[in-house]
Design a binder for this molecule. Structure first.
Ligand code: DC
Length: 223
């Protein structure tokens, strides 16, 4: 079988990662959550006191890049310098700051290089914002996932509550709206629908419906 790269892009909390996970499991592919990689760098910056409500020391974080290893375990869990940080990267604190890190071109170059390396062996499903447009413009098949603000807010709110975070629906809504603005208006690789992407909506379908539509499309390519 040829080497397959499936990309799923879309705004935050549209359900990209859940769909990517389900597709990867079905075909026995690797799932790479590229958003988790930007979150890992954000966590590193926070832990090293380079990023808080009052400052973001971009230059020092750039100096640290050669010492920062962001990777995934065989079970597709995100690691930072060898430590699994799945839960830490999903915190509200990281969510509030990650778009600031993700809009810096040097950090994007660092991530894109790593993402291409992770995808080079193929048989991967990678989700994010610029995977079909910038990272793998020649991917086998590209999806773009949309969902209403209400569906996205509820998804993220329930996810955080389940993890024991104390947040309000209003806070989550404000964070998503702020990130949408930064992610779509940044100069470097803003969120766009990649050329030739199949647009899916999470509003009516739900995960099973999306999975059925996506795998039917993928099966046509694999035939
Ligand atoms: O998908 P997510 O919410 O976990 O992504 C976290 C942040 O990372 C999001 O605000 C935008 C950024 N991001 C990006 O710029 N490019 C990607 N390929 C993935 C995520």
């Amino acid at each position: 079988m040829e080497s397959i790269i499936i990309t799923i892009d879309g705004a935050s909390s549209t359900g990209k990662s859940s769909l990517a996970k389900a597709i990867a499991k079905h075909y026995g592919f690797k799932h790479i959550d590229s958003g988790a990689m930007y979150r890992a760098l954000t966590l590193y910056a926070q832990d090293h006191n380079l990023l808080n409500d009052h400052k973001f020391d971009v230059d020092t974080l750039i100096d640290h890049l050669p010492t920062i290893d962001i990777d995934f375990t065989n079970a597709d869990e995100i690691t930072l310098n060898g430590k699994i940080i799945e839960d830490q990267v999903r915190s509200m604190e990281v969510s509030n700051k990650v778009s600031l890190v993700a809009k810096e071109p040097l950090f994007r170059q660092f991530m894109v290089a790593k993402q291409r390396q992770l995808g080079e062996k193929g048989n991967v499903v990678m989700d994010g914002r610029d995977i079909g447009s910038v990272v793998f413009p020649n991917a086998t098949i590209k999806f773009f996932l949309e969902a209403s603000m209400e569906v996205r807010t509820n998804r993220r709110y329930e996810e955080l509550i389940e993890k024991g975070e104390q947040v309000s629906v209003e806070e989550v809504h404000a964070n998503i709206a702020k990130r949408d603005h930064i992610d779509s208006s940044r100069d470097d690789s803003p969120l766009i629908i990649p050329e030739n992407a199949i647009v899916l909506s999470n509003d009516k379908e739900g995960l099973t419906g999306l999975f059925n539509i996506a795998t039917a499309e993928i099966d046509i390519h694999l035939r």
